[in-house]
Design a protein around this ligand. Structure first.
Ligand SMILES: [Cu+2]
Length: 199
């Protein structure tokens, strides 16, 4: 091979090596810039520490290993909360023995009035699998924020107040990750089948 040819080959191989390096850098940069798949860009839920209707501390860790439903409300709610609690109770009744493998959290947005004792009294009308959670207002507000729940105290003309609040029921998986809103606008059987998929 003539020195001229060798020089051409060397230049060519250097060029190719440079090209490969460029591609590698582009891939690396793109890989870094684009978010990893499944990134929690719309994260709902997260760690919490509240008190249940029996006065016991409950944290997100206690729910690990079980899918669970979460919804926010207050015991003085005139309609949406009791209806939701009734429907969720029906689902738990239909779950039979599997009900022990599913969690259900009713988190108050009115910790001022909803003490553990008030929650215990109120929940005695519903399925015993339901946990009523309360805590200091700051802790409750933090959990509501984590679940993107809106709530607001609304004074009543006759005195006292009521609460405006988001009425979505959330379905969380065994790892405590948000799955989807849990629809109650379907038959109890359909809701039960949906829950069983996550056991
Ligand atoms: Cu309500």
């Amino acid at each position: 091979m003539s020195p001229a040819k060798i020089r051409i080959l060397l230049v060519l191989s250097a060029f190719l090596a440079g090209l490969v390096l460029c591609f590698a850098v582009v891939l690396l940069v793109n890989g870094r810039v684009s978010p990893p798949t499944g990134a929690p860009t719309a994260a709902i839920g997260g760690p919490f520490r509240l008190t249940d209707q029996n006065g016991s501390a409950v944290t997100d860790e206690d729910l690990k290993g079980r899918p669970f439903l979460v919804f926010f409300g207050f015991t003085n709610c005139p309609d949406i909360c009791p209806t939701t609690l009734f429907e969720v109770s029906e689902i738990f009744r239909k779950l039979g023995p599997d009900a022990d493998r599913v969690g259900a959290l009713f988190i108050t947005v009115d910790p001022e009035r909803d003490t553990p004792a008030a929650l215990k009294d109120y929940l005695s009308s519903f399925d015993p699998h339901l946990s009523g959670l309360t805590g200091d207002p700051v802790a409750v507000a933090a959990v509501a924020k984590a679940y993107r729940v809106y709530f607001k105290k609304v004074p009543l003309d006759q005195g006292g107040y009521t609460m405006d609040h988001t009425a979505i029921v959330y379905l969380m998986d065994k790892q405590g990750r948000f799955v989807s809103p849990f629809s109650l606008k379907r038959t109890t059987e359909a809701s039960v089948a949906d829950l069983r998929k996550h056991l």
